[in-house]
Design a protein around this ligand. Structure first.
Ligand code: SAM
Ligand code: SF4
Length: 461
């Protein structure tokens, strides 16, 4: 597999570190410096509970230094579960005869978008299976993205459409960019070649390099916000972390920037997949916490995404350890957001969901822990992507600007969608923020807030 030196990773996994070495690595990370592979491997070797606590404390510190208390919220929109590939862990696999197939029409995509807008969502992750024809894929994705952006519900529109879809050529990525895609996301699933080949048995996905090349193609087409990640449970998670960091080193060296986000999906049971109910490398909650914290330390400027595959209890813990984006009230079936949808039956689902809370319940939970739920997409819309975003994110500068934008989106949510108890908590948090803002930032915020009270929406800096 390209970019992955298995021999080197296996030797790094044998490294052990002294307490002094770990403390000195943690000191370095506090200056928001990127870690070397060897340093990350040393952190992965930690088992001592006192040192683990120190790792968690440092991850908390870094999360605050770069992202503040903001947590960005998005929702996935599954548009099609037709798939020509056979990934042994997925409910949409072509060889999964149980799956009921559905490809949403453009009218249905608009309907789903309107339902999500009515609940207060502003950021969508579009998800689809991969069809055999590349042309069919790209034409459908583009029509779908345009349809999502076109929906207007009482002045509310989707601000950013990210996409987790099939790999494509540079030319097709250029078309995707023109259609206004935010982040292009693709998971390598496993960076371990033998395991990869064992689990992907039909379709274009049998070639692991096809997925790695997709990231290069996206960059070459000018899409500079890309999201990557392993599917945890397929192979040793420590191997996956180091291999992904190696992949990131390659991207940094080649394009000057790494991924915009990292996702850490854990495998969940899926209809028709015996493998998904019994994966070979289950990762425990404790190992998972450690992995998230170490990623936060290793690539401090990269967003970490946590999906509703995880329980509400664990997600509440992980936002303290480095997670900066979470999904809310996800349905993993095309058409699943319809009230009492017939599509939410077990056979159409991609996998099981563990956090079933509504957006408002999640907002309440974040606010009660002092987090600021954000629906902001200002950076993308102001073209602060790729290198420009990283230049702001690396020294922690993004925090001030983002606080204002996030507070504006929060007030809009509170006014338009929140229940009274959420509104009360939200305004309490806003007041706490106002005290901390400097004079000029406060003036900007107050101007935006006044405009919201006068019915104006969607302002940002
Ligand atoms: N078909 C495209 C692909 O495979 O890249 C994109 C959509 S696919 C539905 C999105 C992701 O779902 C996959 O990359 C995989 O990591 C994840 N996934 C598949 N089966 C899963 C399972 N049983 N549990 C958790 N995540 C799963
Ligand atoms: Fe298809 Fe993606 Fe599922 Fe694989 S993970 S079967 S490519 S939808």
């Amino acid at each position: 597999m390209k970019h992955v030196d298995e021999v080197k990773i296996n030797s790094l996994l044998k490294i052990e570190a002294t307490k002094e070495e770990i403390c000195s690595i943690l000191k370095k990370t506090k200056q928001l410096k990127r870690l070397s592979l060897e340093e990350s491997a040393k952190l992965l070797s930690v088992t001592d509970s006192t040192l683990l606590e120190k790792i968690y404390e440092t991850a908390f510190y870094i999360k605050n230094a770069i992202y503040g208390k903001r947590v960005v919220i998005f929702v996935p929109l599954y548009i099609s579960n037709f798939c020509a590939n056979s990934c042994l862990y997925c409910g949409f696999a072509a060889n999964n005869k149980l799956s009921v197939r559905k490809k949403l029409t453009i009218a249905e995509i608009k309907k789903q978008t309107e339902i999500l807008l009515k609940r207060g969502h502003k950021r969508i992750l579009m998800v689809a299976g991969e069809m055999a024809s590349s042309k069919e894929n790209i034409d459908y994705y583009i029509d779908a993205i345009k349809a999502i952006y076109s929906v207007d519900y009482k002045g509310n529109k989707i601000k950013r459409v990210n996409a987790n879809v099939a790999p494509m050529s540079v030319g097709d990525f250029k078309r995707l960019k023109e259609a206004g895609i935010g982040t292009y996301q693709i998971f390598q699933e496993t960076y371990h070649e033998e395991t990869y080949r064992k689990l992907h048995i039909a379709g274009r996905k049998i070639d692991p390099n096809n997925r790695l090349d997709a990231i290069d193609n996206a960059f070459k087409a000018g899409i500079d916000d890309v999201g990557i990640g392993p599917l945890l449970g397929l192979y040793d998670h420590r191997f996956e972390v180091l291999a992904m960091l190696m992949h990131i080193e390659y991207l940094e060296k080649t394009y000057g920037i790494g991924p915009h986000t990292i996702s850490v999906p854990r495998i969940e049971p899926a209809p028709g997949s015996a493998y998904a109910s019994n994966p070979e490398y289950l990762i425990t909650d404790e190992e998972f916490k450690k992995l998230v914290a170490i990623l936060r330390l290793s690539v401090p400027y990269t967003g970490i995404i946590m999906s509703t595959r995880e329980t509400s209890r664990l997600r509440d813990i992980l936002v303290n350890l480095g997670v900066s984006q979470i999904s809310a009230e996800s349905k993993v079936t095309p058409g699943g957001y319809e009230e009492n949808s017939v599509h939410n039956n077990k056979l159409e689902r991609q996998f099981s969901i563990n956090d079933q809370r509504s957006l408002d319940e999640i907002a309440y939970s974040l606010l009660s822990q002092g987090f600021l739920p954000s629906f902001c997409a200002a950076c993308y819309r102001k073209k602060r992507t790729g290198q420009h975003f990283m230049d702001l994110a690396k020294p922690g500068e993004i925090k001030n600007m983002c606080d204002i934008n996030a507070l504006v989106t929060l007030k809009e949510y509170l006014e338009d969608f929140a229940k009274p108890e959420v509104k009360k908590l939200g305004y309490k948090l806003i007041e706490e923020y106002k005290i901390r803002l400097d004079g000029s930032s406060l003036n900007i915020l107050e101007k935006f807030f006044k405009n919201i009270d006068n019915g104006i929406r969607d302002e940002y800096i």
